[in-house]
Structure formats: structure tokens, C-alpha cells
Write a protein that binds this ligand. Structure first.
Ligand code: FAD
Length: 434
């Protein structure tokens, strides 16, 4: 292969120092296996890498954190964006301009200096661009809407090696599809995202013991039927592994956590949460927190690991779905399943002023399931069984919570207009589709 020119960041081949480190992301199952890694430092590096790949007919993949990696790339060029981690806040416009590899933690911290909050989610280490291209359901999602709804511009390197500044005016159709169904259309080098005023919220996580989880799910269904948009919540339930690294109160126990974030006054938050607390015994405290600690209410694992998972956007939360979730992927499941239930609606259900490609925005709930990859096909089978049980109430899926190549293959997401754009922008299929 010819040398690659005009790149300032490291260009690495198998066997080079640092090559393997570039492939190591949060998801440790099926890493990419490229012939060349370009650790880009700028949009110019990305342009050079894409032109090199196009000239040599090589496939291209892009990775930031590896949280959302699906099918691995074999051969070709992997562009890693971790060195492009700048963020600039424009307080007058209430906009954050982020580079390709910026993670949410940096944006949350930078926005806080101006009394602003971004539409960030449960993991401070997830990449802003990957998250936002796939929709993005944040800690305050019912108030702020989908992260994609808040995108104001996208700088995109397309398969012809050109760098475009894509806005609603410059290229309405491409702009629409990038916001919500944007993975694999090119390499985003920067994005502008609208922020919201804010800084503190009332919330935290309430823990519910195994024997009360069925009652919790029933109560959650009732409770979430009528809540103001300022209250965003979700449930995560799993059996914690019996490992000495875990605190005694978690080891080996099946627990559910209700994560709550309310943007109004604390006393009103207490009043809103009271019916749920009265319905089931809970432990844990709620209180006022700075938004810089928002991700702490989720306590996502920070160590890389192999996982697979999928989701269903539900038209309604029928009790049969809750029963199936517990029967198939609950405490008695033969492999560890993390069950998730997010309350959607509110601003998530309202069409943005400029149309985007978020699918099924009127779905009021998201059901999620995730398991560690254990070398068997059992996790995949259980997930499929659960998705089939939920099928009568399923509107579709959101790209962000399909983890692993199997989930992407089993549950493709069709976006109106996307195939036409791919044919126009990337007729030779340069960009790897996961
Ligand atoms: C622990 C955990 C918590 C999560 N919490 C939430 C949550 O609260 N809300 C939510 O909506 N989602 C959440 N997600 C899902 C997450 O948003 C997706 O996995 C997302 O794809 C991660 O983006 P990334 O860039 O960090 O990951 P990567 O694996 O690096 O990339 C994911 C996808 O984005 C593409 N991509 C990345 N950078 C670029 C770029 N510069 N240009 C073009 N394409 C690019 C990649 O090619 C890949 O297809 C969570 C995931 C995990 C593992």
C-alpha cells in the first residue's frame, strides 16, 4: 500500500507501537481489524485519510469511544477521532461546537461554566457525535428532546474526500438524515449542538430489592402515565455479579434502580416522586445535584467489557411486556441481563422545528436489554425472545441501544430517504456499514 500523505496524526499498521491501543474501545467484543489506522488530529487528517482510502478502494470505518461499535471492519482504514476532543461554547448563541472525538464529560463541564446544559446521556465517556447521529436520549430527555433535534450544523467529510458544512439551509435532506440516522454517511469532523439554560436538578437513584421489582414495574407504569416534561426517569435492573470488587450490598443481588431527574423546584420534585415511593419500598436518597454530576445517577460501568443488546420503542407499556421482560430477562434468566425501561414522551415526542430522522418519536417508552457476551448464543436468543414477546407493542428501534453486530443485523432500521443519499454520496460503498 502507498504511504499516506498530508496526515499530522499517527498513521499505524499492524505491529506498530500503539496500533493495538487504537483498536481498544469500551466494547471489547469484535474489535475492528484494519490494515491501517489514522489517529486523526484535524479535519485535514480526516480528509487525507478518506482520499487515500478512496484512491485505493479501501473501506473506511470511524471510531471514537467504541461504546457503539457494531460489525467490525476487516482490512481497510480505521479513522480514530480521540485526539480531536475540542469543545467551544458560544454562550450568546447557547451552542457548543464539538470536534469529532469529544466525549460528553467535556461538554457538560464546559457548558456548566456558562450556566448551560447539553443533551448528554448516562455515560460521560460516550462520544458526542456517535450518540447524536443515532438520536440521543439524555438524562433530561423529556425536557430537552432528542440530542439530534438540537444539532445546528455538521461538518462532514464525504466519500469524495470533500469537507462540507451541512446545515438546514445548505443541504436540507442530508441534514435531516444526519440528525437521527447519520451513522455511516461520512466522517463528522465537528458538530454544533444547541444547549439549554440550567445547572442543577433534583434527582438521584432509588434502589428496589428483587422481591419488589414486579410491583415497581406496575407502579412505574401508573406513575409515568401523567408526569410533567421536566421529569425524566428510567429503570435499570440486573443481578450484580458476585465479585469481591463490588460493595457487599450489591454482590450477587438482583436490584432495580429508578433514576430520576427533575428540572423544577426540589419540593415539587419530592411531591411528584412521592406516589412512586409510597407504592414500593425503596432505599437511596434524592436531592439537588449539579448537572455536572448527572451521569452519577446511572453509575454506568467504566471498565471496557464485551456486551450485546437491543431495544424496542413501545407504542404503549402493556403489562404483558413487563411480565415478559421479567420472565425472560429478569432475576431467573440463565445469563445476566440488564433490563432497561426509559420513560420517553414530553419533548422527545414533539417534532423539531427543522425535520430530522429520529424514528417513532411518539413512542412513550423504550425497553432495553443488554448482556455480557459469554461465547454462547444464549444472550442473543433471550434478547430475541424478549423482542418477539414485545413485538405486538413495538413501533421500532432506536440505533443507539443496539449493541454488537448481531443486534444490528437482526434489527435493521429503515430510514426514508437514506438509501438515496447513500447512493448519491457514497456510490462505491466506501464507508463501512455496521
Ligand atoms: C454504557 C453506555 C451508556 C449509554 N448511554 C446512552 C444514553 O444515555 N443515551 C443514548 O442515547 N445512548 C446511550 N448509549 C449509546 C451510545 O449513544 C451509542 O453507543 C453511540 O453510538 C456511542 O457513540 P461513540 O462515538 O461513543 O461510540 P463509537 O463506538 O466510537 O461509535 C459509534 C458509532 O458512531 C459512529 N461514529 C463515531 N464517531 C463518528 C464520526 N466522527 N463520524 C461519523 N460517525 C461516527 C461510529 O462509526 C459507530 O458507527 C450508551 C452506550 C453505552 C455503552
Amino acid at each position: 500500500m502507498d504511504a499516506i500523505e498530508n496526515v499530522k496524526g499517527p498513521v499505524l499498521r499492524p505491529g506498530d507501537d500503539g496500533f493495538d491501543a487504537q483498536l481498544a474501545g469500551y466494547q471489547t467484543d469484535h474489535p475492528h481489524r484494519p490494515d491501517l489506522v489514522v489517529a486523526a488530529t484535524s479535519a485535514d487528517d480526516v480528509v487525507a485519510a478518506v482520499r487515500h482510502a478512496a484512491d485505493h478502494g479501501l473501506p473506511v470505518a470511524v471510531e471514537t469511544s467504541g461504546h457503539g461499535r457494531a460489525a467490525p471492519l476487516t482490512g481497510g482504514v480505521l479513522i480514530t477521532t480521540r485526539r480531536m476532543d475540542g469543545v467551544r461554547i458560544d454562550p450568546a448563541r447557547r451552542v457548543a461546537r464539538v470536534q469529532a472525538g469529544t466525549r460528553w464529560a467535556r461538554v457538560v463541564a464546559a457548558a456548566a461554566e456558562h450556566g448551560l446544559v447539553p443533551p448528554s446521556g448516562s455515560s460521560p465517556e460516550a462520544g458526542v457525535v456517535g450518540y447524536t447521529l443515532g438520536g440521543g436520549i439524555g438524562v433530561l430527555a423529556r425536557e430537552l428532546g432528542w440530542a439530534s433535534d438540537r444539532v445546528e450544523s455538521v461538518d462532514l467529510v464525504t466519500a469524495d474526500g470533500g469537507l462540507r458544512h451541512v446545515t438546514a439551509d445548505s443541504d436540507p435532506e442530508l441534514f435531516r438524515v444526519l440528525r437521527g440516522a447519520g451513522h455511516g454517511l461520512g466522517v463528522v469532523t465537528a458538530m454544533e449542538i444547541e444547549l439549554a439554560p440550567g445547572g442543577r436538578f433534583y434527582g438521584g437513584a432509588l434502589t428496589v430489592a428483587e422481591e419488589h421489582v414486579p410491583a415497581l414495574l406496575a407502579a412505574y407504569r401508573e406513575w409515568t402515565a401523567d408526569l410533567p416534561d421536566g421529569l425524566t426517569s428510567s429503570i435499570g435492573a440486573l443481578r450484580y455479579p458476585d465479585l469481591p470488587v463490588l460493595p457487599e450490598h450489591l454482590r450477587g443481588r438482583y436490584l432495580a434502580q429508578v433514576r430520576i431527574a427533575w428540572t423544577g423546584p426540589a419540593d415539587e420534585g419530592e411531591r411528584l416522586v412521592a406516589p412512586l415511593r409510597a407504592a414500593v419500598p425503596t432505599t437511596g436518597e434524592l436531592g439537588e445535584l449539579p448537572y455536572t454530576e448527572a451521569a452519577s445517577i446511572f453509575s454506568e460501568p467504566d471498565r471496557p467489557h464485551p456486551y450485546t443488546g437491543t431495544n424496542a420503542l413501545l407504542r404503549e407499556l402493556d403489562p404483558a411486556v413487563l411480565d415478559a421482560a421479567l420472565d425472560i430477562a429478569g432475576p431467573g434468566a440463565p445469563v445476566m441481563c440488564v433490563l432497561g425501561l426509559r420513560h420517553l414522551g414530553g419533548a422527545l415526542s414533539r417534532e423539531p422545528a427543522v425535520p430530522d430522522a429520529v424514528p417513532h418519536r411518539d413512542a412513550p417508552y423504550l425497553l432495553q436489554v443488554l448482556s455480557l457476551v459469554d461465547g454462547t448464543d444464549l444472550p442473543g436468543r433471550l434478547h430475541r425472545e424478549l423482542m418477539e414477546a414485545a413485538a405486538p407493542w413495538t413501533a421500532g428501534r432506536t440505533p443507539n441501544f443496539r449493541f454488537g453486530s448481531r443486534a444490528a443485523r437482526d434489527w435493521p432500521i429503515e430510514t426514508p430517504g437514506r438509501a438515496e443519499l447513500e447512493a448519491e454520496l457514497d456510490p462505491k460503498g466506501l464507508f463501512h456499514q455496521a
